[in-house]
Design a protein around this ligand. Structure first.
Ligand code: ZN
Ligand code: ZN
Length: 322
């Protein structure tokens, strides 16, 4: 694999607040590579980007707190949170991240407002969540004496462009095309110390992603493989397929952008007969019809360490707390 080498690590470090990236590195960890399907091996969309002192989360799919716990990273230590769009498989884990990150434990203990950026509707969602969980908040402040600031939100509805800049890390939103009724939907570009990571978010093939990812170290892109036989029984799959990117089109985006490494995450697949696991052979074969460069099919808890090259750290997802 050009510019990359595979390093298999079966265990993470054993203490909370484990180090992420070293000073000049970026480290990207796939916390959820899946979709709404409640699959143990692939939780729904979430990605962690560590750069210098910054720990940034992109989307909060189901189980993102569990994956952070497996990585020994305190939920309360996340410095900023970004939402691509408001489909449930990208935000259903937000209440958990927010409230569990506040509890006074080694994995929580947030003491300042939760900083969160997302498309129009993000601020309203945080206000409504605060109402929905008002009893838990009231009880825990009265009973466990947690700081009210730690359960506040500092939320912002964003527009495309630079949305966050701190400690040398820049995060920009780009608009992507997730379908006419799902607007706005964003991808994100994260830059640090001359390195660049691009997340497509959920999107149909969109040249804006390819352009943003020109010269990127890492392009994390969604993909969908749907067996047409399913359209007869579940016509909704047509709409689902139409909102996403086929492997052939993703390959075209990769070929245009030429990142050091292309990674599939948010892998939508529906096959007849159903399979439990990603049909990797089909996914790769279809992508290889349009793209021959470095490519990895993402798995939960896979990490990428970016220095002058990209190392892949394939951590086996743990199913028990050890
Ligand atoms: Zn979506
Ligand atoms: Zn999605």
């Amino acid at each position: 694999m050009v510019g990359s080498k595979l390093v298999a690590l079966l265990a993470a470090t054993s203490l909370f607040s484990a180090c992420g990236a070293t000073a000049a590195e970026m480290r990207v960890t796939l916390l959820g590579t899946g979709t709404p399907t409640p699959r143990l091996s692939a939780f729904s969309a979430s990605t962690l980007v560590e750069a210098g002192p910054e720990k940034l989360i992109f989307d909060f799919g189901r189980g993102s707190t569990i994956r952070l716990f497996q990585r020994k990273i305190p939920i309360g230590a996340i410095t900023a949170h970004f939402i691509t769009h408001l489909h449930s498989d990208h935000v259903v884990g937000l209440p958990d991240m927010w409230l569990t990150g506040w509890i006074g434990t080694p994995y929580g203990s947030r003491k300042t407002p939760m900083l969160i950026f997302g498309p129009k509707g993000t601020v309203a969602m945080t206000e409504n969540l605060t109402k929905a969980f008002s009893e838990d908040i009231r009880i825990r402040i009265a009973d466990e004496d947690y700081p009210p600031e730690g359960v506040a939100f500092a939320a912002k509805d964003i527009e495309p462009g630079l949305v966050y800049e701190k400690n040398g890390v820049k995060v920009s939103a780009i608009e992507v095309n997730h379908g006419d009724k799902i607007k706005p939907a964003f991808g994100y570009v994260v830059e640090y110390d001359g390195k660049k990571v691009v997340l497509s978010g959920d999107t149909k093939p969109d040249d804006r992603v390819a352009k943003a990812a020109e010269g990127a170290d890492l392009l994390i892109h969604e993909v969908a493989v749907i067996d047409p036989d399913l359209f007869k029984t579940y016509p909704n799959y047509r709409a689902i397929e139409d909102h996403h990117t086929s492997p052939e089109d993703a390959g075209r985006i990769f070929a245009h952008a030429r990142p050091k490494l292309a990674v599939y995450s948010h892998i939508v697949f529906a096959t007849q007969p159903p399979t439990q696991d990603v049909p990797e052979d089909t996914l790769l074969a279809r992508t290889r019809t349009t793209y021959q460069g470095p490519l990895v099919i993402g798995r939960d808890l896979m990490s990428f360490v970016i220095s002058d090259h990209v190392d892949i750290i394939a951590t086996k997802p743990l199913t028990a707390d050890k």
